[in-house]
Design a protein around this ligand. Structure first.
Ligand SMILES: C[S@@+](CC[C@H](N)C(=O)[O-])C[C@H]1O[C@@H](n2cnc3c(N)ncnc32)[C@H](O)[C@@H]1O
Length: 318
């Protein structure tokens, strides 16, 4: 933990695809020629990966170990997509070298390194958007049954999924509740349209910003892992758009990892460095929602890592 050698060596290994390329033993020289990298430097990297147990030396050259195979792109564990410096998360994590800047200022380090915020970068680079949507779909895959079973979604005739990303949660909720309709709003809805296609007319996706007016009149506005991406000012603005759009008896459903209720300290720092956000505690979420005219009705444990906070319209507190 005293230096960045190992975290970076693993990331460079994944970025170069070494765990995949070394399924069969190979020497550094031919591998360096194929990758167009320095043979000497590659050999140094491969040596450290042997020390880490990611690779092993065999008579025929370096080979990926069963441990190292967890870093293969086809390992189906989401790791390569998180660590490859060419993907959204792997690239964003490189901003951690400027964690000190974030701690001093409270600002995200991402724009310092890349010149614009994370979401603008996704807009400009379709491969980053595809990687991020893939990461979002993967990270919730195993929890979908709990998300669907953990709350009475059938109470609502229409749910607007605000910043719904690739749409896996909305698709699963609608598939389980045939009378519920859904409308997803996000900056990019290509992946969501694919996920929602089997629901036919019950689901639609609209490309747009949640800082602009949202589709009006729905019974519930879902914010799933959205508010933690934002500082208080922006979180309030999103919540206000929900409050404006919903009828008097509507609900705002905030789902995320909640501080003090299982949120990981590591993820707190990720939210800070990537976005300038954080995992808020219940009282902090109540405060930003209160500023948008919403009051907390109840808190439901949805999955081991995420709680659902149900808000309704109430008295504006400031
Ligand atoms: C952490 S992801 C969560 C996605 C989805 N709710 C889920 O749980 O899979 C946050 C989402 O907010 C979207 N987003 C960011 N800024 C936005 C904006 N101004 N308007 C609409 N969506 C936005 C991103 O595109 C991304 O899909």
């Amino acid at each position: 933990m005293a230096n960045l050698v190992t975290p970076m060596a693993l990331r460079v290994a994944v970025t170069l695809g070494l765990p995949d390329l070394l399924a069969e033993p190979r020497d550094a020289g031919p591998l360096a020629a194929e990758l167009d990298v320095s043979p000497l430097a590659l050999d140094l990297l491969l040596g450290h990966l042997v020390t880490l147990g990611v690779l092993e030396r065999t008579g025929g050259g370096y080979r990926t170990t069963p441990f190292g195979a967890h870093l293969r792109r086809d390992a189906d564990n989401g790791l390569a997509n998180l660590m490859d410096a060419g993907t959204a998360a792997g690239r964003a994590d490189l901003a951690f070298v400027d964690l000190l800047h974030s701690v001093k200022t409270g600002e995200p380090a991402y724009p310092l390194r890349y010149g614009q915020d994370f979401w603008s970068d996704l807009d400009d680079h379709p491969h980053l958007r595809a990687a991020f949507d893939g990461q979002m779909a993967f990270r919730i895959r195993e929890q979908l049954p709990q998300v669907v079973a953990g709350f009475d979604w059938a109470r609502f005739a229409t749910i607007v999924d605000v910043g719904g990303g690739p749409g896996r949660q909305l698709a699963a909720i609608l598939a389980a509740h045939p009378r519920v309709r859904g409308h997803l709003v996000d900056l990019d809805v290509a992946a969501a349209r694919t996920a929602l296609a089997p629901l036919g007319e019950r689901a639609q996706a609209t490309a747009g910003s949640f800082f602009d007016p949202l589709p009006p009149g729905a019974d519930a506005y879902l914010l799933f892992d959205v508010l933690h991406d934002w500082d208080d000012e922006h979180a309030e603005r999103v919540l206000r758009r929900c409050a404006e759009a919903m009828p008097d008896d509507g609900r705002v459903l905030v789902v995320e990892a909640v501080g003090g209720l299982g949120a990981a300290t590591e993820m707190d720092l990720v939210m800070l460095v990537h976005f300038g956000g954080r995992e808020r505690r219940v009282e902090e979420l109540e405060q930003v929602a209160g500023a948008s005219g919403l009051v907390l009705d109840r808190v439901v444990e949805l999955t081991r890592s995420r709680h659902l906070l149900e808000f309704r319209k109430g008295v504006v507190t400031r």
